[in-house]
Design a protein around this ligand. Sequence first.
Ligand SMILES: [Zn+2]
Length: 378
Amino acid sequence: MVNRERLCAEFSRQAAIASPSLREGEISRYLQGRFRELGGDVIVDDAGAAAGSESGNLIVSFPARGRQCEPLMLSVHMDTVEPADGVMPVLESGLFTSAGETVLGADDKAGIAEIVEAFEILRERDLPHGPLEVVVTICEEIGLVGAKLLDYSLIRSRRGLALDTNGVDRIIRKAPCANKLRFEIIGREAHAGISPEQGVSAIAVASRAIDNMRLGRIDEETTANLGTIHGGQASNIVPNRVVVEGEARSHDTEKLVCQTEHMVNCFQQAALQSSIELAGQTVHASVNVEVIGDYPLMQVAEDAGIVQLVRQAGESLGRTIAVEAAGGGSDANIFNGHGIETVILGTGMDRVHSVEERVTVDDMVRVSELLVEIICQA
Ligand SMILES: [Zn+2]
């Protein structure tokens, strides 16, 4: 069913176009043309301007052909991580890698090529299918920016597949929600040798706060981390400012709230407890807290329609589909947050976010076959 040569040629063409986040112009133009050739109606939304990217998100609609059912969304992202410039895909013994010191971009172009091949097969065999929407986002790798800015009024689907993880015959139905946290601790500057008693060390406040904080693996569903710390000016100055950045994640929204509050409390308490008396006045350290909801929870039920659809399509091909949980957020979290019940489908991509990135032709063939089956049973 799958035309291996056509699939390889498609993947090679896409992979050879460098498309790091924000510089998606060329890959976007290529994909617009390619999906139009396949009979899709392509809309580019306004996310590009807001994101500072060369392109917006693509929303490609394919009308139903001889089958009535609810629309199904297939999503992928067109950007890659760096290094991407000068990328040259190499195919050797059924394995795609990059030629040099760049990523291959199989994340997420393996998924895009698999979708294109599935549409080629649908057309070639004149297979009946319901309405389909392909959503190709920008800037996934720099914080799910395209999915967050997507114009959801253009999407009709209430269910979807995001082709964006490793492995094949594998879906992810659960992923955590996350907050980004930033704490700016303000102390009081003073000369460390002449008048240290007139200073409040922001670094000391931070260390007190962190010492009291639960971090790392909080429970089987929740993690937390402080990842950066910047502050101070010189060894002879009591530091008046330090900025600490971190995150918290959980598969339970309430636990995320709880952990976030705990981290905020630790900083606020430490600031309250750090004071000096100056000219009859008490001077406290203070803390400015910023909590940004990074992405919402993704929790698609085990018996949800979209999970059953993939399982049944797998069964028709004699395959067992693994249903798993993930530790990180992706565009699928954002889609679920907007009421589109979306699971993530393995594309065969491997060793992503490294110059060792790779994907086998066999795996891409397997995913294309599964996609056709999913679309025909949707
Ligand atoms: Zn990806």
